[in-house]
Write a protein that binds this ligand. Structure first.
Ligand code: CP
Length: 300
């Protein structure tokens, strides 16, 4: 059966922990200058319907480092942009490449693509989930503090795709998640109802109290740019700053998937604060995505 990675729920907790451990091993192999090329002659198609820096470079460099090749496809220069159906594209690409990665706004598009594909399909971010980011985030936490199981994590800000992914991560990795969002921007209640590990709280301070990890994301994600002015008002008070971080544990960490909007969801000094591990987190996109590619492609 073809395995896909559309959300963290497509893997068992054991598989996810193994992926995180493998990301750490692959990082060490690269640091030691050791060649590891299990994906020789394998090709990844990367379909980007929205902008990307980290995800694209991590997948493209990752495929090259694993001995394979990646093809960048945007709707502007493929027939997808001219209306060729997703179902047709999925079947055509399945006959030519070994895996497909998609970034599209509508999660239903990735689900439809996967339902017609006969090669692994990876969700590289949709309006619903960003599971690749969570592999890097958990890897970063494990590198800095050991296992995330039983730890307390705070998500402050927009109850959108990153928040949703943290809800799934709390369930799969066994940590406690406290979520603080402005009214009208809370995560999907049906998703929250899938786990006892994640709860909504009243304020950012309550979420961050005694946290091992504090996470936020931009207030106007891709697809919400037109609402930016209105959101700035509604999200006032939800900025993560060194002062807010003082409610967390003394060794609490701060993460942000980036790109960040300084002065909005993060204060101007937060990313450079000693508690911030955002650059390590971004770098780990490479290693964690290599682990995922190895798991989905080499294991077939
Ligand atoms: N965090 C993240 O997915 O970054 P990009 O949008 O640059 O890929």
């Amino acid at each position: 059966m073809t395995r896909h990675f559309l959300s963290l729920l497509d893997c068992t907790p054991e598989e996810l922990n193994a992926l995180v451990g493998r990301g750490i091993e692959l990082k060490q192999l690269r640091a030691a200058g050791k060649e590891h090329a299990p994906l020789k002659h394998k090709t990844l198609a990367m379909v980007f319907g929205m902008s990307s820096t980290r995800t694209r470079v991590a997948f493209e460099a990752g495929m090259q480092q694993l001995g394979g090749h990646a093809i960048f496809l945007s709707p502007h220069d493929t027939q997808l942009g001219r209306g060729e159906p997703i179902a047709d594209t999925a079947r055509v690409l399945s006959g030519m490449v070994d895996a497909v990665m998609l970034r599209t706004l509508d999660h239903a598009d990735v689900e439809e693509f996967a339902s017609y594909a006969s090669v692994p399909v990876i969700n590289a971010m949709t309006d619903r989930f960003h599971p690749c980011q969570l592999l890097a985030d958990v890897q970063t936490f494990v590198e800095c503090r050991g296992s995330i199981e039983g730890k307390k994590v705070a998500f402050v800000g927009d109850g959108y795709n990153m928040c949703n992914s943290y809800i799934n991560a709390a369930r799969q990795f066994g940590f406690e998640l406290k979520i603080a969002c402005p009214e009208g921007f809370t995560p999907d209640p049906a998703l929250l109802a899938t786990t006892n590990a994640a709860t909504l709280v009243e304020s950012p301070q309550e979420a961050v109290e005694n946290a091992d990890l504090v996470v936020t994301d931009v207030w106007s994600s891709m697809g919400h740019e037109a609402e930016q002015k209105e959101r700035l008002e509604k999200f006032a008070g939800y900025q993560v700053s060194p002062d807010l971080m003082n409610h967390a544990k003394r060794d609490g960490l701060f993460m942000h998937c980036l790109p960040a909007h300084r002065g909005e969801e993060v204060s101007h000094d937060m990313l450079e604060d000693p508690r911030s591990v955002v650059w390590q987190e971004a770098g780990n996109r490479l290693h964690s995505q290599k682990a995922l590619l190895e798991f989905l492609i080499a294991a077939r």
